[in-house]
Write a protein that binds this ligand. Structure first.
Ligand SMILES: Nc1ncnc2c1ncn2[C@@H]1O[C@H](COP(=O)(O)OP(=O)(O)OP(=O)(O)O)[C@@H](O)[C@H]1O
Ligand SMILES: [Mg+2]
Length: 361
């Protein structure tokens, strides 16, 4: 275990009590409601939860990309910016919530120091310019180099993400690339400025399983080369079982559990995590595991019921769970959980992730 001071020194982004709300005519949607977590340098933080639980809004808040009717209603997003200059390395702490979203400082951070990749790669590219020219522009904007040098770096980056014939492909328009190739080009664009943070918001959902595995390998490999911190968002815990160091589980705009990957997989502490885990494929076909079906839908976030937000769907719920909301609290092993019953429940973990366990590609 790392000493607390050493762990703190490696923090890149610290999200503190973040609240991001949408003011709609039918009421206030508390899309993110008091969320706190840290992203460590050069590590992968996985964020998991069902559709609508606030994963993308959290990511967009960090990028300071929330637009009306949404707003960051409270909290801090502290960026520990480290710069290497002639007089050594300096650290500066910036609260991104306080920066104007379209101001020069936030624009330098967004796309330069922080990059984001999305589920739909074409959303990152303009259809009327070549993929190459867009990567070149980004490099020129954020890296302060001329066009020729930027072009060389763009070709090199396309090569790094395993796009064949990068000298030719650099002239392609987004629609001329397959889904997998476009996803690689988007990763090349995101990583071309060597960001300190890469936010990946379900970047493989639209891809087939083989391409997904290749993209995950690619992100891992690039992370090792460039020491990029990754925040990887997915509804699929099987993906995080492969790439995350630490996992944050979200439900209805709140954190319900935070733990190291190994600990979370071995023994979840929250019934919601257990249900998500039961959907992770078991590597050994002789071993059967009960698949816990999550019944019901995520409740309407504009009309939350009292008590634990998960209690209407929880198979272990007791009286108190419908009355009192459980706070997020520390548990042994540096974990946190928001469940009244965490000490009493013996929840089922997952076996080792499929690829790690059976060694097959
Ligand atoms: N522009 C918007 N206007 C109104 N409500 C919004 C807006 N964007 C998000 N929300 C609401 O915020 C909540 C969280 O949405 P978010 O997109 O973060 O979910 P998610 O966890 O990323 O889901 P998914 O897995 O489907 O991508 C949802 O209730 C959603 O309806
Ligand atoms: Mg989303």
């Amino acid at each position: 275990m790392q000493a607390e001071g050493a762990a703190a020194a490696n923090v890149l982004v610290e999200v503190k009590d973040l609240r991001t709300y949408f003011e709609l005519t039918e009421g206030t949607v508390r899309a993110v409601d008091g969320v706190s977590f840290s992203i460590q340098r050069a590590r992968t933080l996985g964020v998991v939860g069902e559709s609508g639980c606030g994963k993308s809004v959290t990511a967009r808040s960090i990028m300071n990309m929330i637009r009306k009717p949404g707003r960051i209603a409270g909290g801090q997003i502290l960026y520990y910016r480290r710069r290497n200059g002639s007089s050594g390395s300096t650290e500066q702490v910036i609260d991104l919530v306080q920066l104007p979203p379209m101001g020069p400082e936030m624009r330098a951070i967004r796309g330069g120091e922080f990059a984001m990749i999305f589920q739909e790669p074409k959303a990152s590219f303009s259809p009327v310019h070549t993929v190459g020219s867009q990567i070149i522009e980004a490099i020129m904007l954020h890296q302060n180099v001329g066009r020729l040098e930027a072009r060389e770096r763009a070709v090199e980056m396309l090569r790094r993400v395993n796009i064949p014939n990068p000298e030719e492909r650099i002239e392609a328009y987004p629609h001329q690339l397959s889904g997998g190739m476009c996803q690689r080009a988007m990763i090349a664009l995101a990583l071309s400025c060597r960001p300190d943070l890469l936010i990946a918001d379900e970047p493989t959902t639209a891809l087939d399983v083989t391409t997904e595995a290749q993209i995950l390998d690619l992100i891992r490999e690039l992370q090792e080369t460039y020491h990029t911190a990754v925040m990887y968002i997915t509804h699929n815990l099987a993906v995080l079982a492969e790439i995350a160091d630490e996992v944050v589980v979200m439900y209805m705009g709140k954190l319900v559990e935070v733990a190291d990957r190994e600990a979370l997989l071995a023994r979840p502490l929250h019934p919601y995590t257990e249900a998500l885990l039961s959907a992770v494929p078991v590597p050994d076909p002789r071993r059967r595991r009960t698949r816990l079906v999550l019944e019901g839908e995520v409740p309407d976030p504009a009309n939350p019921s009292p008590g634990c937000p998960f209690h209407p769907r929880c198979r272990y719920a007791q009286d108190m769970c419908s009355r009192e909301e459980p706070p997020l609290r520390a548990m042994p092993g540096g974990r946190t959980v928001a469940c009244h019953l965490a000490e009493q429940l013996e929840l089922a973990g997952a076996l080792r992730p499929a690829r790690a366990a059976d060694g097959q590609g």
